[in-house]
Ligand binder design. Structure first.
Ligand SMILES: Nc1ncnc2c1ncn2[C@@H]1O[C@H](COP(=O)(O)OP(=O)(O)O)[C@@H](O)[C@H]1O
Ligand SMILES: [Mg+2]
Length: 274
């Protein structure tokens, strides 16, 4: 088990390092893992929620921080309709399926589009990383917004990020964005744990495998940039259905073939850190 580090003031850390402040983990958490994609709609939130549930099932204490301020989807995917309680200082995460969750969607009316300027995004992220009572977490999974913008930058500058997973679909256009994502994390000094090929293929009733969006592109990109290829997740209507109903597939059907894939990922991630 990794040891808890003693708390240091910012000034003390600056003095000790002689330059920039040493970045700390989010309080109450051991390891911070970003789930990222450079493009929207590739299944990043679906991956983040199911991975969180799978990590919990393999014995880890897990939280999800929905950092997609412009398009939060964690409340819907986990079927959460309540508002977090506050003690006047900090917000309590909402616990669902044994996962501690926080999302801007808990605090705003989700049908009304939010108009955020960059500094407001940064301040929302700071609230979520500094003003939430995350409790005894092994992992906090960050569902990042798509792209390479303010949110990714704020996290990498202010928080000790322990790893990033990049989710993509196999289309060529998506792959170009993946390369941008790889370059961003490399530049920010965040270790990329690997790439995921989501909605990789479809298993037909005829027993054949259909590569609807292309074949092997994510794996080739991983090889080209010397990153780990974590694996493929097929297209399965059950995944979308269960997400829409607020009970992700790993929770709804733990023995489903897709859930087994997620449990394998979870064991892999857990073994990196513990
Ligand atoms: N493996 C999968 N099979 C079928 N549908 C999927 C799969 N992964 C994601 N989806 C669906 O794709 C849509 C986009 O996923 P989402 O997780 O919201 O993407 P993102 O967070 O990258 O924008 C959702 O409707 C989701 O249910
Ligand atoms: Mg999303």
């Amino acid at each position: 088990m990794p040891k808890e580090k003693p708390e240091l003031s910012d000034a003390m850390r600056t003095k000790m390092s002689g330059k920039l402040p040493v970045k700390n983990s989010i309080k109450g958490t051991k390891f911070t893992i970003a789930i990222s994609s450079a493009k929207g709609g590739v299944g990043k939130s679906t991956f983040a929620t199911n991975l969180a549930l799978a990590l919990n099932k393999v014995g880890c204490k897990v939280g999800i921080l929905d950092a997609d301020i412009y398009g939060p989807s964690i409340p819907k995917m986990l079927g959460i309709n309540e508002k977090p309680k506050s003690d006047g200082q900090k917000l309590d995460p909402i616990v669902k399926y044994n996962i501690q969750c926080m999302s801007i969607g808990f605090l705003t009316d989700q049908q009304t589009p939010m108009i955020w300027r960059g500094p407001m995004v940064t301040s929302a992220i700071r609230t979520f990383t500094q003003k939430v009572n995350w409790k005894d977490l092994d992992f906090i999974i960050i569902d990042m917004p798509p792209g390479t913008g303010d949110t990714q930058l704020t996290f990498s500058q202010e928080i000790k990020m322990d790893g990033a997973i990049i989710v993509s679909t196999p289309q060529e256009v998506a792959l170009l964005d993946v390369i941008r994502g790889i370059r961003m994390f490399d530049k920010l000094g965040v270790k990329i744990l690997g790439l995921i090929d989501n909605m990789s293929y479809f298993n037909g009733d005829d027993g054949k495998k259909y590569n609807i969006f292309g074949d092997g592109g994510v794996k080739r990109t991983a090889e080209e940039f010397k990153k780990e290829f974590l694996g493929e997740i097929p297209i399965n209507p059950e995944v979308g259905k269960s997400g829409d109903l607020g009970k992700p597939i790993v929770e709804e059907s733990p023995n489903h073939e897709i859930s087994k894939i997620y449990l394998d990922f979870a064991n892999k991630i857990k073994s990196i850190y513990f």
